[in-house]
Ligand binder design. Structure first.
Ligand code: NAP
Length: 282
């Protein structure tokens, strides 16, 4: 598995991560799928306190060398006051059966709590060795700049945002460029549009027209398109072994410039609104 520099502290992680929101109810199959990913070179797993999947990740990572893993979780915005963040982190550590998180992310911005207070709690967690990197998620460009401006001891590692070949708002709203210029990694969530890409027959046919050339599925081509983007780490979710194995195989695809530009044009035809546009902000 290819590894890529994660952020400006020169840490390398697998170019493909694993998402864990809304895993199926078959926990043993979920665990099997995550273990398969770990056995095949993926070391980056994304979860969140709100997903209720931290205990599933705990089961999956048991027995693996913790130092080789990159475990990311998120704190929900109602917990953004100083003491609440510290408590939420303790609870995530307990759920995950680990003594530290590689990345702790502010799940959504919360305008009702001063970002300075929130960030200072995150910095305390780094200082205390509970987390290694501070990330954000669903922050707009302005919100990201605000977070960066109040960080006093550490640098922002990442912004996790919705990004797929049919949801490319991060390219036009300045987030992609700002992240690249400032060595803030971009974690691409819902790379398969939360499964919606498979429900649009025209889109599936268009992606498949490229997939056929490489003998690859639409899911693999959609993930590969993101893997060709610099500074970007897609985190598809797969509840079962078959989907997980298929997704990991996407790392071996090298798309031609011509095919990449065909795929890039699909957004104009099919654009899917990012959930951040419809989400009621706290
Ligand atoms: P996604 O990864 O875009 O799509 C998942 C859907 O695609 C599921 O229905 C899955 O089915 C299906 N799938 C996966 N691999 C497939 C394959 N090879 N062939 C056919 N279908 C396949 O959706 P997501 O879960 O929204 O996003 C991924 C991760 O990003 C999340 O799990 C979470 O970690 C993160 N995320 C973060 C935020 C945030 O606010 N920060 C928001 C959304 C997501 P099965 O489950 O049956 O395998």
């Amino acid at each position: 598995m290819e590894m890529k520099e994660f952020n400006n502290i020169h840490q390398k992680i697998s170019i493909l991560g694993v998402g864990t929101w809304e895993l199926s109810e078959n926990v043993s199959e979920n665990v099997k799928a995550i273990k398969y990913a770990l056995d095949n070179g993926v070391n980056f797993i994304d979860t969140a306190e709100i997903y209720n999947t931290e205990p599933i990740v705990a089961q999956a990572i048991k027995g693996y060398d913790r130092e080789k893993l990159f475990i990311a979780s998120k704190v929900w915005p109602t917990h953004f006051h100083y003491d609440d963040i510290l408590k939420a982190c303790e609870s995530s550590l307990k759920n995950l059966g680990t003594s530290y998180l590689d990345l702790y992310q502010l799940h959504w911005p919360n305008k009702s709590i001063n970002i300075r207070e929130t960030v200072s709690a995150m910095e305390k967690l780094v200082k205390d060795g509970k987390i290694r990197n501070i990330g954000i998620s669903n922050f707009s460009l302005e919100e990201m700049k605000d977070a960066v401006s109040v960080m006093s001891k550490y640098e922002l590692a990442s912004n996790q945002v919705e990004y797929s070949l049919v949801t490319r708002d991060v390219e036009s709203d300045g987030i992609f460029d700002y992240c690249k210029e400032n060595k803030i990694s971009l974690i691409a969530y819902s790379p398969l549009s939360h499964g919606k890409i498979f429900k649009n027959d025209g889109l599936v046919a268009d992606i498949s027209s490229i997939g056929k050339k490489y003998g690859k599925s639409p899911a693999q081509i959609a993930i590969s398109w993101l893997l060709h983007k610099e500074n970007t780490f897609p985190i598809p979710k797969a509840s079962n072994l078959r989907h997980m194995a298929e997704n990991i195989e996407a790392i071996n695809i090298k798309l031609t410039m011509e095919d990449l530009s065909f795929l890039s044009e699909l957004e104009q035809k099919y654009h899917f609104e990012p959930i951040s546009k419809t989400h009621k902000k706290t």
